[in-house]
Design a protein around this ligand. Structure first.
Ligand SMILES: [Zn+2]
Length: 76
């Protein structure tokens, strides 16, 4: 399982990827215009940002798995 969450920061929305032990694996500032990651744009984080907005879990404690398109609460 690959889990992400999204939080608003003073610089914009930050999407963070977590490993199986809930350590931060990577973390990027993302907007509709771009993303900090080195991948070609639009990258998966920009797609994910749309999903996070659609489901309203930005600044929520839920995690999102882009492989299954599922959201998970903290009580995994
Ligand atoms: Zn990206």
């Amino acid at each position: 399982m690959t889990l992400y969450n999204a939080f608003t920061t003073s610089q914009g929305i930050r999407i963070t990827k977590w490993d199986d032990d809930f350590n931060v694996e990577s973390s990027y500032l993302v907007s509709d215009q771009g993303c900090e990651c080195p991948a070609a744009k639009p990258c998966k984080h920009m797609t994910m940002l749309k999903r996070f907005r659609l489901t309203g879990v930005i600044d929520d404690n839920d995690f999102y798995d882009p492989e299954t398109d599922q959201h998970y609460g903290l009580n995994l």
